[in-house]
Design a binder for this molecule. Sequence first.
Ligand SMILES: *[C@@H]1O[C@H](CO)[C@@H](O)[C@H](O)[C@H]1NC(C)=O
Ligand SMILES: *[C@@H]1O[C@H](CO)[C@@H](O)[C@H](O)[C@H]1NC(C)=O
Ligand SMILES: *[C@@H]1O[C@H](CO)[C@@H](O)[C@H](O)[C@H]1NC(C)=O
Ligand SMILES: *[C@@H]1O[C@H](CO)[C@@H](O)[C@H](O)[C@H]1NC(C)=O
Ligand SMILES: *[C@@H]1O[C@H](CO)[C@@H](O)[C@H](O)[C@H]1NC(C)=O
Ligand SMILES: *[C@@H]1O[C@H](CO)[C@@H](O)[C@H](O)[C@H]1NC(C)=O
Ligand SMILES: *[C@@H]1O[C@H](CO)[C@@H](O)[C@H](O)[C@H]1NC(C)=O
Length: 472
Amino acid sequence: MRGSRATVAMGPLPLCFLALLLVSFCRAEMSSKVGINYGQLGNNLPPAHHSVYLIKSHLKASRVKIYDTNPEILGTLKDTGIAVSIMLPNNLITPVSSNQSLADSWVESNVAPFYPATKIRYLLVGNEILSAPVKSVWYNLVPAMRKVKNALKRHGINKVKVGTSMAMDVLESSYPPSNGTFRSDIATRVVKPMLQFLNRTKSFYFLDVYPYFPWSDNPKSINLDYALFESRNITVTDPGTGLVYHNLFDQMVDANIFAMARLGYPDIRVWIAETGWPNGGDYDQIGANIYNAATYNRNVVKKFLAKPTVGTPARPGKVLPSFIFALYNENQKPGPGTERHFGLLYPNGTSIYEIQLDGEVPKLGYKPLPKPTNNEPYKGKIWCVVAKRANGTAVGAAMSYACSQGNKTCDSIQKGKECYRPNSLVRHASYAFSSYWAQFKKLGGSCYFDGLATQTIKDPSYGSCKFPSITL
Ligand SMILES: *[C@@H]1O[C@H](CO)[C@@H](O)[C@H](O)[C@H]1NC(C)=O
Ligand SMILES: *[C@@H]1O[C@H](CO)[C@@H](O)[C@H](O)[C@H]1NC(C)=O
Ligand SMILES: *[C@@H]1O[C@H](CO)[C@@H](O)[C@H](O)[C@H]1NC(C)=O
Ligand SMILES: *[C@@H]1O[C@H](CO)[C@@H](O)[C@H](O)[C@H]1NC(C)=O
Ligand SMILES: *[C@@H]1O[C@H](CO)[C@@H](O)[C@H](O)[C@H]1NC(C)=O
Ligand SMILES: *[C@@H]1O[C@H](CO)[C@@H](O)[C@H](O)[C@H]1NC(C)=O
Ligand SMILES: *[C@@H]1O[C@H](CO)[C@@H](O)[C@H](O)[C@H]1NC(C)=O
């Protein structure tokens, strides 16, 4: 919504203490702002000072979240007025969970030097750790959160809320939203004590919400407009509660709210730690394009800043503070192509599409966006070949791995066989990648190989050498 911004700053206002009745008013007023996730998994990103300029002056974000405690960034954010969320890295959760003096010294060297000149307000202990496979770390999460909170207190740092970010897979059931239930392997042992901690410290449930993923897994049963906040006439009614949903995002958030209520914590505030939509991706990925990304992000920002506050069907009128993902397209993020295409900006700092996180729309409206070309699955064949500029030594190792998997994966590139000549590493490895992927795609295998492989729709076959391909 145009120009709608909260003017009341974070932190306890004297007014809030006057009457209990005002508490919900003060809480609601304080957080109607949109921030940005500043991820740095790229080898071509602008330096911190230029990034902070882009965040503040170009995107008009009032908050920023980083995935570490990068001293250059924290130093640059000093006296900017931007509220900052920092992160204790996943690999410190276990050591910190059993060692208060380690927590103290971590805070001493990573937080204290910048606080309060840098407006650090949130500290996330790990990133989506409950989605990672190492169970022992899950059980150390809440002890680590407690030790970090104690360490902050000992340093007189009282304005920093401690939390952790959660992905949707912390739920084993999310449909209908009122059926939202935490996974049984974490519900009582991890999530319940965590909610107790969040309640006691008046912190937030930090949630990563990507309607893109359930939609792209299931584009036939979920309407794209419903995922993009564009549906005028599609609604989903929760039979358990009668609540009516107009978009997938609200459904996903409310499933978490009902899951928390099931464990006895119906009131913990939700913070959208990440949300966004990819502006590009691989040939086998649907709906990742600039048109959809601009539509989703503009609509979600409008929702977050709307006056009066919208909330969700389970919590109408409640503020959802948020961070959009992400500042830049990050070329070193692992996984499928979409992972490297969530940015609002290209690595050179120019906008991929027009958007402002204060909700302002240009007076003459937005310029037209490129029409989406991949909202339907790609119809032709796709191959997996060696990426440009890939490191030869590493390609050799990846080829050996691919050849060791599956059935007869590399038979055709053996001496005397149809794909042996010309005997070049790039051709042999491209064959191996295509052959591997053709067998393993349906089993969840990807065409990535640590960035050494890329998808192509140009048939690499030659002569009698036919490269295996996939079709969707
Ligand atoms: C706890 O952390 C402190 C400070 O880093 C370190 O000196 C000490 O060896 C650690 N204790 C244990 C038992 O690991
Ligand atoms: C509710 O969740 C349970 C698992 O927690 C699942 O078995 C059940 O099918 C869900 N109900 C509906 C209506 O989807
Ligand atoms: C919603 O409206 C669109 C455009 O008016 C129409 O094409 C579509 O069929 C409608 N869908 C439903 C479920 O009514
Ligand atoms: C904490 O729990 C108590 C008791 O259930 C509840 O009254 C209160 O609203 C909760 N506070 C937060 C911040 O969730
Ligand atoms: C920035 O990068 C994008 C994508 O590579 C490119 O299209 C654009 O021309 C670049 N802009 C400038 C000013 O270099
Ligand atoms: C190429 O890959 C090998 C093995 O992975 C590695 O040791 C080497 O440093 C890489 N070379 C370059 C230039 O990145
Ligand atoms: C390899 O062949 C075996 C036996 O036919 C089959 O069970 C297995 O699924 C195949 N592996 C792949 C990756 O296709």
